[in-house]
Design a protein around this ligand. Sequence first.
Ligand SMILES: Nc1ncnc2c1ncn2[C@@H]1O[C@H](COP(=O)(O)OP(=O)(O)OP(=O)(O)O)[C@@H](O)[C@H]1O
Ligand SMILES: [Mg+2]
Length: 449
Amino acid sequence: MTPNTLKVLIIEDDPHVLVGCSQAFALEEIPTLTATSAEEALPMLAKDFAGIVISDIRLPGMDGLQLLKQIRQMDATLPVVLITGHGAISMAVDAMRDGAYDFIEKPFSPERLIEVARRAMEQRRLALEVSFLRKQLHEKPLEAFLIGHSAAMKTLRQLIANLADTDANVLIEGETGTGKELVARSLHDFSRRKLHAFVALNCGGLPESLFESEIFGHEANAFTGAGKKRIGKIEHAHQGTLFLDEIETMPIALQIKLLRVLQDRRLERLGSNQTIPVDCRIIAATKEDLEQHSKAGHFRTDLYYRLNVATLAIPPLRQRKEDIPLLFEHFLHESTLRFEREVPPPDRSTMASLQSHDWPGNVRELKNVAERYALGLPIFKSAMIPEKTGAQNFAQAVETFEKALIRDALAHYQGNLTQASQALGMAKTTLFDKVKKYNLKDESTGTGN
Ligand SMILES: Nc1ncnc2c1ncn2[C@@H]1O[C@H](COP(=O)(O)OP(=O)(O)OP(=O)(O)O)[C@@H](O)[C@H]1O
Ligand SMILES: [Mg+2]
């Protein structure tokens, strides 16, 4: 919503003044509504009227002061500017005390009229945004967005609610699939920046050469192969939120440039000397310990402190297993809607295996498992009996099954023998022997660390 989409309702019985005001606004491309009495104007107004009111005090029938009282009762945040006759200052002062936004004394210049109206419209815009956000919060509480009733999730939601409508940069830490992007979106969606863009950029997803123009933009032909002018992600996020995912992978050379933008709140596109003001809130996410990275010299310490005004650490799912049933139910519900099929509620053994699993892929993994369940597939691949056992005898079939379980566990834990052995409930030395026996060395890191 820009101030120019707001209207000005002018209430004036003197046709010359009315036409003069309307023309002054038309020149500024500010839309107007007009009325010649308070009685005519009132039906045009409602709570959350997208505009402001400018009214003469002296009107036939109900006067401007009574109109002000009625409007205040309906919507106390709707700015009312009063026009007073020459020398009626004391009346205007009383009106201000009664809640008028400002007054203009006749005769007035178009400049004065526009200046007061613009200020009132800006105030109105902010009030409407706040009212819109309150409704949003009321209609779609954060709990419906970010599910979980563990103490950690409750604290996280509380922090998000407190931080959302501030401009503080936030660093989100968490393992893969814990919900970092969802948290970033929640911060955006529950702020007034929601009315503008949420721009996500994966710092690890681009070669360094492309990254710079992707984030800062470039002028036409700024470098070989640049082609047309390009607006960078930061500019796209103007007035909104820029989400920098996997921030730890940002090339060091670009970190200094980003720092400068954060400090100066302006940027230059590549190949341009013109500085462009930018107002965007930065939310960064990392799977790593960024503080350690900065201590080790892999990440600029000054940038780390800039990004890390507030930190939101999302614990892995294995540390908040009480969230599993609610999340599973939620994803199952989503899946049944998507696949349009009825699914029986999970039985005790399913719930038990969900609870005993370690969830290296965190909530994303749980979501996939719920989808598999909704489709009637085995929920954990490792629990599957290999389909083609061929003409095996019992001992061979067991070995095939055992090998499949071990291979899955190693894949799960990226070859880490210690974690895989814990997950399988098997001594590490036993696992090591079996890895050798089944020739699975390529799948394990071999060190057990
Ligand atoms: N608390 C939660 N409530 C509901 N859905 C969740 C929650 N946490 C995560 N999700 C869902 O899980 C999936 C993974 O979340 P998200 O993409 O935000 O994780 P991430 O931390 O950014 O992962 P990665 O590090 O791999 O990028 C998404 O579909 C997200 O909507
Ligand atoms: Mg992510």
